[in-house]
Design a protein around this ligand. Structure first.
Ligand code: HEM
Length: 158
């Protein structure tokens, strides 16, 4: 890529906010039909899908919609406490999310997918670890995580 070309954020590359909102709307409708995940999510708030879309969008370099109006990294972590998530829950969650991304035609170039999957592995493993605790010492002001292209060095150039 030419040095003067701006590298898009993962958020831009994925298709901006409509892509993330579409992804989580369809993903959570699958989750509620999944025998393993339905019991975990059956009491989720009506805003859940949208909040998760906005959270991931912000982590990927999008607008600060989540942290400015809906929650914080601290609050997101709190939501997982005491949920006693298992590795099976985590694997199914990731599998269904990636299946939904494929169905929606989200970018499938190696660079985007390696960054996307890397984040999902990281985030879901932390969610499982946190879910074993009922309380957690954590700075309430902790900034939102940030995720970029990582070692791939930028979007796919054929
Ligand atoms: C990258 C991984 C993840 C992210 C970014 C994420 C993000 C979030 C966010 C932003 C919330 C708060 C939603 C709100 O404010 O309404 C939340 C809640 C929750 N998450 Fe996650 N999550 C992740 C992984 C997981 C996994 C793997 C599970 C279980 C398999 C899970 C189960 C839940 C549950 C049960 C809640 C509470 C729902 C409610 O009561 O409304 N999360 N998550």
């Amino acid at each position: 890529m030419a040095a003067d070309k701006k590298i898009p954020t993962l958020y831009e590359w994925a298709g901006s906010m409509p892509a993330f909102e579409n992804l989580t709307n369809i993903f959570y409708s699958k989750v509620l039909q999944d025998p393993l995940l339905e019991p975990v999510f059956k009491h989720m708030s009506p805003q859940h899908q949208q909040h998760v879309a906005h959270f991931i969008a912000e982590v990927f370099g999008g607008p600060t919609t989540y942290s400015e109006g809906e929650g914080s990294h601290y609050q997101m972590v709190q939501k997982h406490l005491g949920k006693h998530l298992t590795e099976q829950h985590r694997k199914r969650w990731v599998e269904l999310l990636l299946q939904t991304a494929d169905e929606l035609g989200m970018p499938d170039d190696p660079e985007f997918r390696s960054a996307f999957v890397g984040y999902l592995e990281w985030g879901t493993r932390i969610a499982v670890i946190n879910s074993r605790e009922n309380t957690l010492e954590m700075d309430e002001q902790q900034p939102m995580p940030r995720w970029g292209w990582g070692e791939t060095g930028g979007p796919y150039v054929p």
